[in-house]
Ligand binder design. Structure first.
Ligand code: ACM
Length: 546
C-alpha cells in the first residue's frame, strides 16, 4: 500500500510490517498532542482500535505509533519510519508531523478513511518503510466559491478534511460576489439579511434558460467562521478570506445602495432602479462607488474579518471590475481629478492601494487577482495570477509575491472531458493529465524571481455546482493531480510519469470511495449513474462553451 498521493520525495520499502492491535499505543511528544488527538480520533473511528496514550516513546515499541519533533527537519518536512520498533513520525514542526500522519493513513489502506469500522477483527497493517518528505511549495491552495452557490458549513468542514488528506494547506474562501454575501458582519446586518439571498437562481450554465423560482442563499455566522477557522487550523490549513472589491459587489450594493454609483442613471442599472442581489451569472456592472462612504464601510467589514481570520494574507478580489459606471459617474470623475489620476484603471489601483495600506498598518498582507496590476500595483500586494501566467510573471519580476492559478490549468469548474455527457460542459477541457502536467513556475522567471512564487492554487467557481456532490465531481480526481504538482518535486511537464500517477490513483480512488467523494471516474458510469441520488437531479443538455 505504498501507492501514495502526493508522491513523497523518497520511499524505501522494507520487508516486514507493523500490525496495529487493541494493545497498540500512540505516543505524542511535546507540541504534537494536537496531531496525536487528530490521528487517534480518525483511526479510532475507522478501525475501532483505542490507540491508548503512551507515556513514553518506548511504550510504542513493536506495534505502536510515535509522534515527535525533530529540529533538524524543515517546518513542513517529515520522516516516517515503520520497522520492527513500530511506526515513528518525526517532523520539523507539528505541521510536518501532521503531513506524516496523513501519509500513515494512506499506508493503512482505504478503509482507514471510514467513519466506523467495517469489521472489528481485521488486521491493520503498516508495511515496513522509510519515507522522507517535504513540500515543494509553501502555498498549496484551493479556492471555493460559496457566493454563487452557498455550501453549508458541514460541507466546508468536509472539504477541509479532503484538502488535508491531499496535504493542501491554504483554503481561499471566496465569501462575497454579485450573487451573494456569505459572512455575517455585525455592524452591517443587511449584508446577511438582504445580500445573502437571491430571489431565484439559475440552474446550470449561464446561457441556459433554466431558472429555479425559489430563493437561494445562506451565510456563515461569525461563530460558524470561528469554527471553520479552528477546524482548518487543527488540520494545519490557513483560511484566507476573500471580500471581493470593487467589482463583484452587486449583492452588497443591493443591501446598501449608498455603496453604489448612485448618481449614475437608474436606467443603466440592470434590473431597474431597485437593485437586487444578482440572479444570473457573469460580471455585473454594478460596482462599488469609489467614495469615502464605501471606504469607511469596507474598513468596518475588514475590521470584523481581521478579528475572525488570523491569516497573514487577506484577499480583496480586485478582479473583473467593469468601469462603465465610473466613466459615467460625476462622483467618480471628480475623485479621479482630485487625486490627479489618469483614468479609471488608476482609480481602481488607488482603491486597492487604500486597502493595501490599511491592511499593512494592521500587520497583514493584501492579495488580489491579477487585475490589481492594472493602473499600478500597491507596494505590499501579492497577486493570484489567474488569467494565465502573465500577471504572475509581471508581478514576480517587480518583486511581488505570486500564487499561480492560471485558469487554463487549474480552474476546476472547467470540464474534464469533451463528451456531451459532462455535467458541467463549460470552459476549456482540462483533463486529469492536463492538471498533472501543470507547472506553476514558468520558465521565463529567473531563479531569484521564481522565489516570489509562493505556490499554487486550484480554483472552484460554483455557478454550475449547486450542491456538494457537483463540487466533488469537478474537484476530484483533478485535485489529486494538483496536490502532487503543489507538493512533489516533479520533473518538467513532458517528463512527468503520468502512467505512474494513474497507477497510484487506482489505490487513491479506493480512498475517495471510502470518503464518499462523488469524483469523476476515469472510465465507466458517472457517480449519478453508479449511485442514484448522488447527484439529485437530471442534467441539462450541453450548452455552448463559455
Ligand atoms: C476570476 O476568475 N474572476 C478570478
Amino acid at each position: 500500500m505504498t501507492e501514495l498521493i502526493p508522491n513523497p520525495c523518497s520511499v524505501v520499502a522494507g520487508s516486514g510490517e507493523v500490525r496495529l492491535t487493541a494493545h497498540s499505543q500512540l505516543y505524542a511528544g511535546t507540541a504534537t498532542e494536537g496531531v496525536g488527538h487528530w490521528l487517534r480520533t480518525v483511526l479510532w473511528q475507522a478501525t475501532g482500535l483505542p490507540l491508548r496514550e503512551g507515556r513514553e516513546l518506548d511504550d510504542t515499541e513493536g506495534d505502536g505509533i510515535g509522534l515527535q519533533l525533530d529540529s533538524e527537519l524543515g517546518p513542513e518536512e517529515y520522516r516516517l519510519v515503520s520497522d520492527s520498533t513500530g511506526v515513528l513520525i518525526e517532523g520539523g514542526s507539528a505541521t510536518g508531523v501532521f503531513w506524516g500522519a496523513q501519509t500513515l493513513r494512506q499506508l493503512l489502506g482505504p478503509d482507514a478513511y471510514r467513519r466506523a469500522p467495517l469489521s472489528r477483527d481485521r488486521a491493520w497493517i503498516v508495511p515496513h518503510v522509510t519515507i522522507e518528505d517535504a513540500p515543494r511549495f509553501r502555498w498549496r491552495g484551493l479556492m471555493l466559491d460559496v457566493a454563487r452557490h452557498f455550501m453549508p458549513k458541514e460541507g466546508v468542514l468536509r472539504y477541509l478534511d479532503l484538502m488535508a488528506a491531499h496535504k493542501l494547506n491554504v483554503f481561499h474562501f471566496h465569501l462575497t460576489d454579485d450573487q451573494g454575501w456569505r459572512i455575517e458582519i455585525r455592524r452591517h446586518p443587511r449584508l446577511t439579511e438582504v445580500a445573502s439571498w437571491r430571489a431565484r437562481t439559475k440552474f446550470g450554465h449561464r446561457a441556459s434558460r433554466l431558472w429555479e423560482e425559489k430563493p437561494h442563499g445562506g451565510y456563515y455566522t461569525q461563530d460558524d467562521i470561528r469554527e471553520i477557522v479552528a477546524y482548518a487550523a487543527e488540520r494545519h490549513i490557513t483560511v484566507v478570506p476573500e471580500i471581493d472589491v470593487p467589482g463583484h459587489s452587486q449583492a452588497a450594493v443591493a443591501a446598501y445602495p449608498e455603496l453604489g454609483n448612485t448618481d449614475v442613471t437608474a436606467a443603466s442599472i440592470e434590473g431597474g432602479s431597485a437593485l437586487t442581489v444578482w440572479d444570473t451569472w457573469g460580471i455585473s456592472s454594478n460596482v462599488l462607488a469609489p467614495t469615502d462612504t464605501t471606504l469607511r464601510f469596507y474598513e468596518g467589514v475588514f475590521e470584523e474579518v481581521l478579528e475572525l481570520f488570523p491569516s497573514e494574507f487577506i484577499h480583496v478580489g480586485g478582479d473583473e471590475c467593469p468601469k462603465e459606471q465610473w466613466r459615467e459617474s460625476v462622483a467618480a470623475k471628480t475623485r479621479i481629478t482630485e487625486l490627479g489620476l489618469a483614468d479609471e484603471d488608476e482609480l481602481q489601483s488607488w482603491f486597492i492601494g487604500h486597502f493595501d495600506k490599511w491592511l499593512t498598518a494592521r500587520g497583514r498582507r493584501l492579495i488580489g487577482w491579477d487585475e490589481i496590476l492594472e493602473g499600478g500595483l500597491a507596494p505590499g500586494a501579492a497577486v493570484s495570477s489567474w488569467r494565465g501566467y502573465g500577471g504572475g510573471v509581471a508581478a514576480a519580476r517587480a518583486g511581488h509575491d505570486v500564487v499561480m492559478c492560471p485558469e487554463q490549468y487549474v480552474y476546476l469548474d472547467h470540464r474534464q472531458a469533451p463528451g456531451e455527457d459532462e455535467p458541467v460542459p463549460i470552459g476549456f477541457v482540462r483533463t486529469l493529465e492536463d492538471v498533472y502536467r501543470f507547472e506553476p513556475v514558468p520558465s521565463q522567471l529567473g531563479e531569484a524571481e521564481a522565489q516570489h512564487v509562493l505556490g499554487t492554487q486550484a480554483n472552484v467557481w460554483t455557478e454550475v455546482m449547486e450542491d456538494t456532490a457537483r463540487v466533488d465531481y469537478q474537484t476530484f480526481p483533478r485535485l489529486a493531480a494538483f496536490a502532487e504538482v503543489a507538493w512533489s518535486r516533479l520533473p518538467a511537464p513532458q517528463e512527468r510519469d503520468f502512467a505512474d500517477f494513474e497507477r497510484r490513483m487506482a489505490a487513491h480512488y479506493g480512498r475517495l470511495d471510502a470518503l464518499g467523494v462523488a469524483y469523476r471516474p476515469p472510465t465507466g458510469p458517472r457517480p449519478w449513474q453508479r449511485r442514484p441520488g448522488v447527484l439529485g437531479r437530471p442534467l441539462e443538455g450541453p450548452p455552448p462553451n463559455r
